[in-house]
Write a protein that binds this ligand. Sequence first.
Ligand code: ADP
Ligand code: MG
Length: 334
Amino acid sequence: MIHLRGITKQFGDYPALHGIDLDVAPGEFIALLGPSGSGKTTLLRIIAGLEFQDGGTVQLGGEDVSRMPVADRHVGFVFQHYALFRHMTVADNVAFGLSVRRGKHRMAKAARQARAEELLRLVQLEGLGSRYPGQLSGGQRQRVALARALAIEPRLLLLDEPFGALDAKVRKDLRRWLRDLHKQVGLTSIFVTHDQEEALELADRVVVMNKGRIEQIGAPDAVYMNPETPFVSHFVGETNRLPAQGLSGGGEIHFRPHEITLATDGAEALIVDNVFRKGAVWRAEGLLAGSGQFVELDLPSSGDAPRLGETIRFNPHRARMFTADGDQIQGEAR
Ligand code: ADP
Ligand code: MG
């Protein structure tokens, strides 16, 4: 469906993208996940044709669209602040993309209105077509924006932090809603977010970006369980770091707060400095005796909460090891 090869982009002397290769299969839901400034929006705009790459090619559905303008690419997009037309009703907003069509795609007004109604049903805003955007909540407005993007029957849907401006509860509801909608419609979609929870919950595959490069591509579970670089280990999920012993040139081992076994004579001893409930577990934080490294541990909450000042002995039972250059070393972590 989508093939990106060697996409590069500079803004002045600033290299925003360093040579991106990515393949997306038909019907896939991809999340581009990375911190602010990692190049996610730039890549999305290049796929849409809102921006042109300096080098590399963009293929959509077997066609090289590298130099094709946005209007011809047949791509739908929704942005965080993709303002609706305030003076147009919701239905007219949704039908907008249909009304500007020319030639054989031109639709009669009644057909456009019927299509808008159908789309409003799809985004669960049936009956609100005659309202104006100002009379809707933020979440409803983003669903109108989505209906408008879908109206042109795009071959690809691009979403750039579409829920970023909404509050946490609404975001979570819309996330579930979008996942169901994708199941129903099956449209190839790329969703940009800096929120790892959103990416892990929604996507078939997560593409982790950092400083204009792809760090890792994989299923959410694989990216979480087997991060291949220190950056991914840190950015996706919570990670503890300890210096790796006996590694020439230095390095570190990474393990999640839950990847530990309590021990009576463990290799590591945490002196508890802070304790709180984190869902189903106790989260204990503190410094390791000896190295003074800050570490977070999850402990079963069936027992009493750890006490401040208490020493918890543990061994990481699962960990990843990285060299100082960020290369992963396979095998026993310590
Ligand atoms: P993200 O969406 O991951 O936050 P962007 O793709 O928006 O990242 O930006 C990547 C980098 O490129 C940032 O450092 C940003 O400042 C820079 N950048 C993006 N667009 C422009 C532009 N039009 N002019 C100059 N620099 C830009
Ligand atoms: Mg962005």
